[in-house]
Write a protein that binds this ligand. Structure first.
Ligand SMILES: *Cc1c(COP(=O)(O)O)cnc(C)c1O
Length: 360
């Protein structure tokens, strides 16, 4: 068996020990004679899997007691509608910070549910930098302020937590959740699709402060109503059981590695190798402002884009896949989430050097 170094932006590489454990438990979970996929979501076996996953996630992120953790479906794109449906009703308006493709999608979707104010935009820098907090034009009457904490496509990331006063901060953390410690109490709501840093697709994690629950617009579908999901321990409808199980194994793995502080050190070490090389090369280029560079998604361009295909082919031949940049920006992108080992980044940089020596 040969496993590749998979630089996919998502669904993304998972820790090998997690996959091995899932394989071992595939036919018979803990002697119960069935696979997790075959269990009733209300049976004691799955209820224990669900409870453990939630408790591990709470522990990793130090989620305060006045927050609910919901395991939902619909992905982050679903949440682009579900968040305003549940939260915008308070005042009918919300502030959004535009920092790239994903926040632009959130903004577009939210407009169906209330008045959306783009309080700051990275457009002037072609979305290569996060607008400074001092430039944000926030509305004190907004129901919430929405950010995307890591723009998976553009590779810009907040390395600070915006202060929004009494207006709750809402963050799409799909592509950097669990990559470092965060102070959950600074946020009103955090949402993330699982398939970047937590597990398989199909599961969406929502962490929401209690006082923000219970204001859903009447049009909100029941399955997407935070209050109904909170009252039913995320089992108002059948939850994505297998995805929750795998995410639980990932949480356990992250904890065993030393938790989020250890993840942060590991991610900083990987990013330093890759950005360090990019910055010293005249052949490759990353366009993002130094202070706002993502530790998770590193886009870069070759000096001559006619070499892109050769670069990707060579990478593939060396067991490194999914390095092609998003179609909207072109070039390359290396996604180096928690589960990407440092060896993968070293192998990538060694190949980049080799390619530069050949074509530079
Ligand atoms: C991947 C991603 C999404 C899309 O998630 P879906 O699961 O496809 O809905 C949204 N936001 C960010 C920041 C992402 O990285």
């Amino acid at each position: 068996m040969t496993r590749v170094f998979n630089f996919s932006p998502g669904p993304a590489t998972l820790p090998e020990p997690v996959l091995r454990q899932a394989a071992d438990e595939m036919l018979d979970w803990h002697g119960c004679g069935m696979s997790v996929m075959e269990m009733s979501h209300r049976g004691k076996e799955f209820v224990s899997i669900h409870a453990e996953a939630e408790s591990l996630l709470r522990e990793l992120l130090a989620v305060p007691a006045n927050y609910k953790v919901l395991f939902m479906q619909g992905g982050a794109i679903g949440e682009n509608a579900i968040v305003p449906m549940n939260l915008i009703g308070k005042t009918g308006k919300a502030d959004y910070i535009s920092t790239g493709d994903w926040s632009k999608k959130s903004i577009k979707e939210a407009r169906s549910y209330g008045k959306v104010n783009v309080a700051a935009s990275g457009e002037a820098s072609n979305f290569t930098a996060i607008p400074k907090r001092s430039e944000w034009k926030l509305d004190p009457e907004a129901s919430y302020v929405h950010i995307c904490s890591n723009e998976t496509i553009g590779g810009v990331e907040y390395h600070w937590t915006p202060d929004t006063g009494n207006v709750p901060l809402v963050a799409d953390m799909s592509s950097n959740i669990l990559s470092r410690p965060i102070d959950v109490s600074r946020y009103g709501l955090i949402y993330a699709g699982a398939q970047k840093n937590m597990g398989p697709s199909g599961l969406t994690v929502v962490i929401v402060r209690d006082d923000l629950i219970g204001h859903a617009l009447p049009i909100t579908p029941s399955a997407f109503n935070y209050q109904l999901q909170a009252e039913n321990d995320s089992m108002f409808n059948t939850p994505p059981t297998y995805a929750i199980y795998i995410a639980g194994l990932v949480f356990k793995y992250v904890k065993a590695q030393g938790g989020l502080k250890a993840m942060e050190e590991h991610n900083q070490a990987k990013a330093a190798i890759l950005y360090g090389y990019l910055d010293n090369s005249a052949f490759y280029r990353n366009p993002v402002a130094m202070d706002d560079r993502s530790l998770m998604n590193v886009p870069f361009k070759l000096k001559d884009e006619s070499l892109d295909d050769a670069f990707l082919k060579g990478a593939q031949a060396r067991g490194m896949i999914q390095l092609k940049g998003h179609r909207s920006v072109g070039g390359m992108r290396a996604s180096i989430y928690n589960a990407m080992p440092i060896e993968g980044v070293k192998a990538l940089v060694a190949y980049m050097k080799e390619f530069e020596a050949q074509h530079g």
